[in-house]
Design a protein around this ligand. Structure first.
Ligand code: FAD
Length: 368
């Protein structure tokens, strides 16, 4: 007889939302994580009073009222609006591409002038059937924005020349003919006051949590103590990489506490869009929460080629990896006790609101 209703592997958003909901209806759950902390990739660490986004900047945005109401019922969210700035060789441009960017780029002051400038550059490019990312971007937005804000940044991100990258990576380039620097189009946006760790702590209130605990170190035991297992780790690891490794794109961070500096860059996110700067962006964490601390913490973010053992960040949805995932998914479908969910077990990029929606769906399925 197992003593638990559910063993949940992974305290990221997927596992924690599910644990919260199942615990709420009286199900007995144990949630484990191999890391030393809860929260998975949304974990924030408090350094000198500043909530540092340890696994990369996380901005919560959604148009789903149910999701927004859910997270706000747990912690209060602030009014943070993501408005990144690009630094190209010392000159600053607002993002996403909007009237501020067009003014900074060309001195144009009306939407009509901006639209005409873009149309002219598109036409001058003469590109009809773009065969790579560079041609695709120029055909969509013209050469000025491409060379200043897209080319070098994209090449740093992918570690490859834009002419060697497929055109499909850029399907469209949203442009806005208003003076609006809000990066997202969603209805709701903000950051949990006190950081994401506080949000996860709230979800896990009353749930038994074991950290520093790798499921695979004692899988037979963990499987024996629960009726069902919800697994949110890497799917290929679950099957001992029997078909080979799924690949990821990864990033790493150089985080620095700057004592005595209260405001380093005046914005949470500044992208470095030139080729010479080795990092892609600098995050100044305090600005996510309008921090007034005397010190600041910054993270320089670098892209790098993923190797087995590196932190798996972004799935690579090319043909090879999609085919490999399909094979693992088939194996997963044959597991009667284990349910696979979340970004690693489903090998797909999920925004936070999407992973919460997905956990809600699983909860509904399990309880109907
Ligand atoms: P995870 O957070 O990865 O949780 C999985 C957990 O399982 C981890 O804690 C891991 O340690 C644990 N685990 C794995 N294997 C085992 C094992 N064998 N035993 C025990 N524990 C195990 N979304 C947004 O909405 N806005 C953003 O601005 C945003 N920015 C992002 C920036 C970056 C750099 C990245 C990579 C993602 C970003 N996201 C953002 C997406 C967001 O991080 C994900 O939606 C979310 O973290 C997914 O949660 P999860 O529970 O599926 O996975």
């Amino acid at each position: 007889m197992s003593s638990l209703d559910y063993l949940i592997v992974g305290t990221g958003l997927f596992g924690s939302v599910l644990a919260h909901k199942l615990h709420g209806i009286g199900k007995k759950c144990l949630i484990i994580d191999k890391r030393t902390h809860i929260g998975g990739n949304v974990y924030t660490e408090n350094i000198n009073g500043i909530n540092v986004h340890k696994y990369g900047a996380h901005i919560f945005h959604t148009s789903n009222k149910q999701v927004w109401d859910y997270v706000n019922s747990l912690v209060e969210f602030n009014r943070y609006t993501n408005s990144p700035v690009a630094n190209y060789k010392g000159k600053l441009y607002n993002l996403p591409f909007n009237m501020n960017t067009f003014y900074q780029m060309w001195g144009v002051t009306t939407p009509e002038q901006a639209a005409a400038k873009i149309a002219q550059q598109r036409q001058e490019s003469g590109i009809v059937n773009p065969s790579n990312l560079e041609e695709q971007a120029i055909s969509l937005i013209g050469k000025d924005i491409y060379y200043t804000l897209i080319k070098d940044y994209t090449e740093k991100q992918w570690g490859r020349k834009a002419t060697e990258l497929p055109a499909f990576i850029i399907k469209r380039l949203p442009v806005r003919f208003t003076f609006d620097n809000n990066y997202f189009n969603d209805k709701y946006q903000g950051i949990p006051i006190g950081g994401y760790t506080k949000l996860i702590e709230k979800m896990l209130e009353g749930v038994e949590v074991k950290l520093n605990t790798d499921y695979f170190e004692n899988k037979p035991y963990f499987d024996s103590i629960a009726d069902r297992v919800v697994y949110t780790g890497e799917i290929d690891r679950f099957f001992d990489y029997c078909y080979g490794h799924l690949e990821y794109r990864t990033v790493f961070f150089e985080t620095e506490l700057l004592e005595g500096i209260s405001n380093y860059q005046g914005n949470a996110v500044i992208n470095y869009t030139d080729a010479v700067t080795p990092y892609t962006r600098i995050i100044e964490h305090k600005h996510f929460e309008f921090g007034q601390q005397p010190d600041t913490v910054i993270s320089r973010e670098y892209s790098k080629e993923w190797r087995p053992g590196d932190e798996p960040y972004y799935p690579v949805n090319d043909d090879r990896n999609s085919a490999l995932y399909a094979k693992y998914k088939e194996l997963a479908g044959k597991q009667s006790k284990v349910i696979f969910g979340g970004r690693l077990a489903e090998y797909r990029y999920y925004d936070m609101h999407q992973v919460i929606e997905s956990a809600f769906e699983l909860y509904d399925k399990l309880t109907k």
